[in-house]
Design a protein around this ligand. Structure first.
Ligand code: SAM
Length: 246
């Protein structure tokens, strides 16, 4: 591993933990390999085009390329342009270090259209939905650029309430982060995805037990993230939504 790569990587504040080879793994706050395992991605994406919306440092874009995708486009705006604590430097360094051909497009999810970016066989929308003020409109935009499969990972809230429902966070209610706005429960998320044109919607993550959620709620409260009652109703889930061809 070239010494200057290690020192360049050290100078960046990373979100993703990316293995750059030669024993160098970026010091991301996100446990990216653990999250990858929960996505249940097809082992091969050979010949498919992939759009990764909200890609940040690009861990999932590079993974799609590693699985054989013929073209991968990483899209982001907020983190790449100083909206939060991140930057585009990690994505650019990792792309060069990996010798990757992943393309990048600086675009807000609300501006996605087939005319601007084209359509993709597979779309990743991971960890972004709850950051959006207009989630149903965003899902319409995403459906318009998805040819077959959307893989969506998000916070869910109102867990255990049978009716479709969404929690609204006007302040810092979710993880003490003012950039979080909404989280649906699974019935709402499935209904939203069907309403924007997906034919089949399937949750791929198991629902966690009430004991697990109670224990995690205590932990969240101790860390000053969420109130006990709110955290108990929250979880993360992965959903796959598909469009029938023809
Ligand atoms: C929690 S990070 C998730 C990063 C990555 N997708 C993952 O799952 O590890 C949220 C990402 O969403 C992006 N984001 C937030 N609002 C966005 C918007 N309106 N359009 C596009 N990306 C957005 C942020 O820039 C950031 O990269």
């Amino acid at each position: 591993m070239p010494a200057d790569l290690a020192s360049k990587a050290d100078a960046i504040r990373w979100y993703h933990s990316i293995d750059l080879g030669g024993g160098l793994v970026t010091k991301g706050v996100d446990d990216s390999p653990v999250r990858l395992a929960r996505l249940d991605l097809p082992p091969s994406l050979a010949g498919l085009t992939v759009l990764d919306i909200g890609a940040w440092d690009g861990f999932f874009s590079f993974e799609a390329e590693r699985r054989g995708a013929s073209r991968v486009v990483a899209a982001d705006y907020f983190s790449w342009h100083g909206g939060g604590w991140g930057s585009k430097a990690g994505f650019e360094l990792a792309r060069a270090a990996l010798g990757s051909r992943v393309e990048d497009v600086d675009i807000d999810v609300m501006d996605l259209t087939p005319e601007r970016v084209g359509q993709f066989d597979v779309v990743f929308f991971l960890g972004v939905l709850y950051h959006l003020r207009h989630p149903l409109l965003a899902l319409e935009r995403i459906a318009s650029v998805t040819r077959t499969l959307l893989v969506l990972e998000t916070v869910v809230d109102m867990v255990g309430i049978g009716r479709p429902a969404m929690a609204f966070y006007p302040g810092r209610e979710l993880n003490n982060d003012p950039t979080n706005w909404w989280a649906p429960n699974l019935p709402a998320l499935h209904g939203m995805l069907r309403s924007v044109g997906f034919d089949e919607v399937r949750t791929v993550t198991p629902e966690r037990s009430s004991i697990y959620r109670a224990a995690r709620a205590v932990l969240h409260q101790l860390r000053g993230k969420n109130s006990l009652a709110e955290a108990y109703r929250q979880d993360r889930a992965v959903v796959k939504a598909t469009k029938r061809q023809g």
